[in-house]
Design a protein. Structure first.
Length: 146
């Protein structure tokens, strides 16, 4: 695996690590009339993120790379912006997740392209699965925001 790809995979992994906690923050702090629906939806999203976190880290190990595995590294490598621990209306929580998931899609597409150039079909397949999930979530969130 070329350096550019392993760096991007660790960036993606770090983003997942930060997003996992951020989605819990939103899950705990969402308020308003749609509380229950959004609270539960955010739980389904962090479950998906943690599954991807493990999958990406194990892919790096399989290719003899070193996955970032500490919160310190995640904060250094991640481009996901953390939130303060404050209550937020449902619409704001969805807008925040939409922006983050669009950035995951962009980075996932870059990784998929690089992995394809190297013939790393397992990485391509993992990214295609994630891209499908992010695309679906983006559709859900946009529909909720209409
Ligand atoms: Fe919970």
């Amino acid at each position: 695996m070329k350096k550019e790809l392993s760096v991007k995979l660790n960036h993606y992994l770090a983003n997942l690590g930060v997003e996992y906690i951020k989605l819990h923050n939103l899950h705990w702090n969402v308020i308003g009339i749609n509380f229950k629906a959004i609270h539960e939806y955010l739980e389904s999203l962090y479950d998906g993120v943690t599954a991807s976190l493990d999958k990406v880290a194990e892919l790096l190990k399989m290719h003899n790379e070193v996955p970032a595995a500490s919160l310190k590294e995640y904060l250094e490598l991640s481009s996901i912006e953390e939130l303060p621990s404050v209550e937020l209306k449902g619409i704001s929580t969805l807008e925040i997740v939409l922006k983050d998931f669009e950035s995951f899609k962009k980075l996932g597409e870059e990784i998929r392209t690089l992995a394809d150039q190297e013939g790393l079909y397992d990485v391509v397949s993992a990214m295609e699965d994630d891209l499908g999930e992010f695309t679906k979530a983006i559709w859900f969130i946009k529909a909720m925001l209409k």
